[in-house]
Design a protein around this ligand. Structure first.
Ligand SMILES: Cc1ncc(COP(=O)(O)O)c(C=O)c1O
Length: 400
C-alpha cells in the first residue's frame, strides 16, 4: 500500500467513525482542530424564516441517508428518471399521503406543478375566468394584492378590501356577486400575520384559496373549496414544487388558446408527468408528509402548532415592550409579527437574537419589526427558547 492510499484509508476510517459518533451524540465537541470544524458544521439553529423554511430534522437525515443510493437503485433520487418505477412510486405515494392527511374527497385531483404560488396567480384566472366573466378577490395583504394584479390582466376582477390593514371580516353570500366565476382568498397572510378563522360562505361560488403558508397546519374541510394551492417551501417541503387540490368541475375550463403548461387539465390528464417535474422536491415533500403522519397527522400537528403559537402570543400580550398588531380573532398560527415600536430596539433585539442562534426573525420590510414563522417543523423548544430570550431582553431593559 502506498503512503497516499494509507492516508486515504485513514481519512475514510476517521469520517466513518465521526459519522457514527455524530449520530449518537450530535453535539459532541472534539478537541483536534479538523475534528472540531466538522462538528461545528453540524450545529443547527432555530430557523424562523417565512420560507423557504425549517424542515423536520428526521426528514433531512433521511434525505442524507438515501442521498447517494436511493433504495438500492445505486443512484440518487436526483438521478432517477421521472418515468422510472421508483419515481412513479414516490409521486403516487406523495399524492396518496396528501389525500389521506387532508381527507381529500375522490372528486378532487391532486397535482404537482412548478412556478410557485406566484404562477398560480396567473393560472387561476387563465383557467377559470372565462371571457366576459368576473372574479371576486378578498384583499387581505401583500400576497392577495399580487394575485389581484395578475387576475386583472386576464379578466374582470372585483375586490373586497377590509377597512383595517390587519382585519379579516366575516363574509356572507350577499357579499359576492352571483355572476362571479370564483372567489379568491389568501387564507393565511404570511407577511401581515393574519388568517381566516372562518371561511367565507360564498353561496356555491367556487372558493379558491392560497394556502401557501399554512397548508397542513390545521384541519380543513377540502369540500368547501373549489381549488386550494400552495408553494411547498413552508409546510410541505423544499421550494420547487407547487401543489394544487382541484375539484373535478374546475378542470377542463381553460380556453383553447391557454398554453399547455398553464392548463390544469394537462397536469390532471398526465398525472403531473406531462414534462419533467421537480423530482427531488417531490421526494422530499413525500418524506415531509410521512413525518406529518407519524406525528399524529394534521390533528396532532395542529395541537402542537396551537401550543407553540399560544406560547409566543402570551409572551407578547403579557409584555410591556413587545406588541403584535393583529386583533386576536384574525391571528395566524404560523406567522407572528411583533415589534418594540422602536426601530433601534428592534435592531438590537435582532442582533442579540442572531447571536443566540435565532435566525431570520427580521420582519417583512412592509411591516417592520420582527416576525417569527412557526411552521410545522419548528420544534416547541425553539419557541420556548425564543420566549425566554424575549423575556430576558425585556427584563434587562427594566421591563417586567
Ligand atoms: C401566501 C403566499 N402566497 C404566495 C407566495 C409566493 O410564493 P412563491 O414564491 O412560491 O411564488 C408566498 C410566498 O411567501 C406566500 O406566502
Amino acid at each position: 500500500m502506498t503512503t497516499h492510499e494509507a492516508k486515504n484509508n485513514l481519512i475514510k476510517r476517521f469520517h466513518h467513525r465521526l459519522l457514527i459518533l455524530t449520530k449518537v451524540l450530535p453535539g459532541i465537541i472534539l478537541l483536534k482542530n479538523s475534528e472540531l470544524l466538522v462538528v461545528l458544521l453540524l450545529k443547527r439553529v432555530y430557523n424562523f424564516s417565512a420560507g423557504p423554511a425549517v424542515l423536520p430534522e428526521p426528514v433531512l437525515k433521511k434525505v442524507q441517508d438515501e442521498l447517494l443510493n436511493y433504495r438500492e437503485t445505486g443512484m440518487s433520487v436526483m438521478e432517477l428518471s421521472h418515468r422510472s418505477a421508483p419515481f412513479q412510486n414516490i409521486i403516487e405515494e406523495a399524492q396518496g399521503l396528501l389525500r389521506d392527511l387532508l381527507s381529500i374527497p375522490d372528486d378532487y385531483q391532486v397535482i404537482f406543478m412548478q412556478g410557485g404560488a406566484s404562477l398560480q396567480f396567473s393560472m387561476i384566472p387563465l383557467n377559470l375566468l372565462g371571457e366576459g366573466q368576473e372574479a371576486t378577490y378578498i384583499q387581505t395583504g401583500s400576497w392577495s394584492k399580487k394575485a389581484i394584479k395578475e387576475a386583472g390582466k386576464a379578466g374582470k376582477v372585483r375586490t373586497l378590501s377590509p377597512s383595517e390593514p390587519f382585519e379579516i371580516p366575516d363574509y356572507e353570500p350577499e357579499d359576492f356577486s352571483p355572476e362571479a366565476s370564483y372567489v379568491h382568498i389568501t387564507s393565511n397572510n404570511t407577511i401581515e400575520g393574519t388568517r381566516f378563522h372562518e371561511y367565507p360562505d360564498t353561496g356555491g361560488i367556487p372558493l379558491v384559496a392560497d394556502m401557501s403558508s399554512h397548508i397542513l397546519s390545521e384541519k380543513i374541510d377540502v369540500s368547501s373549496f373549489g381549488l386550494i394551492y400552495a408553494g411547498a417551501q413552508k409546510n410541505l417541503g423544499p421550494s420547487g414544487v407547487t401543489v394544487a387540490i382541484i375539484h373535478d368541475s374546475l378542470i377542463g375550463k381553460a380556453p383553447g388558446n391557454c398554453p399547455t403548461m398553464l392548463n390544469y387539465e394537462t397536469y390532471v390528464k398526465h398525472e403531473s408527468l406531462f414534462n419533467t417535474p421537480p423530482t427531488f422536491s417531490i421526494y422530499v415533500l413525500k418524506l415531509v408528509l410521512e413525518w406529518v403522519k407519524e406525528n399524529g397527522g394534521v390533528e396532532g400537528i395542529q395541537a402542537h402548532n396551537e401550543r407553540k403559537a399560544a406560547l409566543l402570543y402570551d409572551c407578547i400580550d403579557e409584555s410591556s415592550l413587545f406588541h403584535n398588531p393583529v386583533p386576536e380573532k384574525n391571528r395566524s398560527l404560523m406567522n407572528i409579527p411583533f415589534s418594540t415600536g422602536s426601530e433601534e430596539l428592534d435592531a438590537e433585539f435582532l442582533k442579540g437574537a442572531k447571536a443566540e442562534g435565532f435566525e431570520f426573525l427580521k420582519g417583512h420590510r412592509s411591516v417592520g419589526g420582527m416576525r417569527a414563522s412557526l411552521y410545522n417543523a419548528m420544534p416547541l423548544e425553539g419557541v420556548e427558547s425564543l420566549v425566554d430570550f424575549m423575556r430576558k431582553f425585556e427584563s434587562d431593559r427594566g421591563g417586567c
